[in-house]
Design a protein around this ligand. Sequence first.
Ligand code: BTN
Length: 263
Amino acid sequence: MRFPPVIIRYDRIASTNTEAAEQARRGAPEGVCIVARAQTSGRGRQGRTWASPPDAGLYFSIILRPTVEERWWPLISLIGALAARDALRIVCSVEADIKWPNDLLINGKKICGVLAETVEAEGGRACVLGVGINLRSIGWPTELAASATSVEAETGAVPDGERLLQALINALDAWYALLHTETGPEAIRRAWEHRSSYAFGKRVRVAVEGRTVQGTTRGLEPTGALRLETESGEMLHLYSAEIMELRELETGGDPDSRRSDPG
Ligand code: BTN
């Protein structure tokens, strides 16, 4: 294994990402995993919250100390999505789509989110990779029902959270080891493109630097940025943004409407 995992478990914690970041700052090594049965202040991307009722999700964060060039670090969040997708396929037999950058969707509904954060830590800069997988649709805020799904809702069976956790760690380890090989970044980019219906030819709307633009996706840059060809023919490289499929906008759906109160 690239990292020997050390799993620290909590019944309840504010946020596994926050705890992992604190431990990283204090010098905890790569491979320390924080897992909780519930989070009281679960955090999502773009400053959103992540509703984390008891036993409704897998709430997981891992400390990574990558030794690859920093330009490849954005690929770590893509690895989080690839690994969670693998784990869901292997353990729960569900095939998820990847919405850029790292949301996992089933029939347009979100089943998993990934939050990668860098931490200025003792022993150098570290990365905390957080993954939230919806196991059961219980205890959620009502508005989530339209935009989110869970393993139980998709399969009719309550998933084995422990098996899912082990599969997630194994898959992460494999993708992370690949990242550290010479051809790894390119292989990861291709794997992501292959598994995402958002990679090529998807018409989306996105807010960039205070303006809203519409365009068509044209694959990923080597560093993981999304290429978006705007309607005026400009090619944008998106590193961090919220994209929305135009077809969903036209029909009034919003698979990411968790922004009011995510989970
Ligand atoms: C998103 O899609 O907005 C990202 C959600 C990430 C949620 C996970 S749950 C485990 C870890 N701890 C957190 O506070 N957030 C991440």
